[in-house]
Design a protein around this ligand. Structure first.
Ligand code: APR
Length: 319
């Protein structure tokens, strides 16, 4: 008789929203075999989700990978998920700010939070829907989940944009560039120049001030640049960032990355979500790291916090 060795059960990752980012998430996660995937969408898009899932599962078969990808319009299929990645919502159209999405996306995040609480009470929730900082806050408020298990994807994406522009300007590999972008996920985001290095050497030694200023300006508008070109928002890089966050959690990598984290006094900010460096591991958001900021950076962060607070005030009135 052949006995199966005691195996760890495959992880379950539920993707809430089977649109552009959801589809790319499903593709990356299944190729990495991070776990079984449920690609969930509203009833009107259920067959669309099922079709994408079937295509991806056939891709798995072609490549000899066993984890499953199913499409669904039923929350019960997401039950017991280890990770939820939430992209449910409407993306931006040209000319729109992320804040213009509040009216459409607030009821959606509330619906998702209520179902997540009911069906996936132990999951780590990674929120991607915009306006990001406020959507994460609302998800945490509505579920009452601990801050370690509710996190927003934005800082890694903004940092990657900054790193790319810097690498191209300096004529070096992106592999050697490290940047950190903090604050709200909007035009007031704060690139931390002191933490921005090319293999440990300050970026300011490679790139002139006017060029750096132009890179910062382009990073701040990085999402809008793509919306302007494509007519909808970016999806490959947002997906990659959320997958890296998922991997850090499931494989306890203790990665230090920029994410939207719940602040309780760090950076002088309380009871709000904003981009900050965190350690992501098996405990979820295990730590929020406070880095030394220059007076100028502090001022920019305060301004960014004010912008996020302004959106939160609008949301609180919509309760
Ligand atoms: N539950 C589940 N899915 C939902 C819900 C809901 N209540 N409401 C809407 N959706 C689904 C839509 O049916 C759609 O398939 O969310 C999906 C969103 O997919 P896209 O329109 O392709 O948007 P995408 O580019 O993936 O961006 C999603 O992430 O970056 C942000 O600004 C972006 O808020 C947007 C979100």
């Amino acid at each position: 008789m052949v006995r199966a060795a005691a195996m760890t059960k495959r992880k379950k990752i539920a993707l809430i929203g089977a649109g552009n980012i959801g589809g790319e998430l499903a593709a990356q996660i299944s190729r990495m075999e991070l776990g079984d995937v449920v690609l969930f969408d509203i009833p009107a898009k259920e067959n669309f989700a099922k079709g994408k899932a079937l295509d991806l599962e056939q891709d798995q078969a072609l490549s000899g990978r066993d984890s499953s990808v199913i499409g669904s319009g039923n929350w019960a299929d997401c039950a017991g998920a280890d990770v939820l990645i939430i992209t449910a919502g409407i993306p931006r159209k040209p000319g729109q700010d992320r804040e213009d999405l509040i009216a459409s996306n607030l009821p959606i995040i509330r619906d998702v939070a209520d179902n997540a609480k009911k069906h996936c009470p132990d999951a780590l929730a990674i929120i991607v829907s915009n306006p990001l900082d406020v959507m994460v806050y609302e998800f945490k408020r509505r579920t009452g989940w601990p801050k370690q298990r509710v996190v927003g994807m934005a800082g890694m994406l903004d940092s990657a944009r900054f790193e790319l522009f810097l690498a191209r300007e300096a004529g070096v590999s992106v592999k050697d560039v490290r940047a950190m972008v903090l604050g709200g996920h909007g035009d007031s985001m704060v690139p931390i120049l002191s933490a921005c290095t090319i293999h440990g050497v300050k970026a300011t030694e490679f790139v002139a001030k006017d060029k750096l200023d132009a890179i910062i300006a382009r990073t701040r508008k990085g999402g809008g640049e793509i919306v302007g070109l494509m007519g909808t928002s970016a999806y490959y890089t947002p997906a990659t960032a959320a997958v890296q966050m998922t991997e850090a959690y499931l494989r306890d990598q203790k990665r230090m990355v920029a994410c939207a984290a719940y602040l309780e006094g760090e950076y002088g900010l309380k009871d709000m979500y904003m981009g900050a460096p965190v350690v992501l591991g098996a405990g979820g958001v295990e730590k929020v790291i406070e880095v030394e900021l220059s007076p100028e950076e502090k001022e920019m962060l305060a301004k960014s916090a004010k912008a996020v607070q302004g959106v939160m005030d609008i949301v609180n009135k919509m309760s």
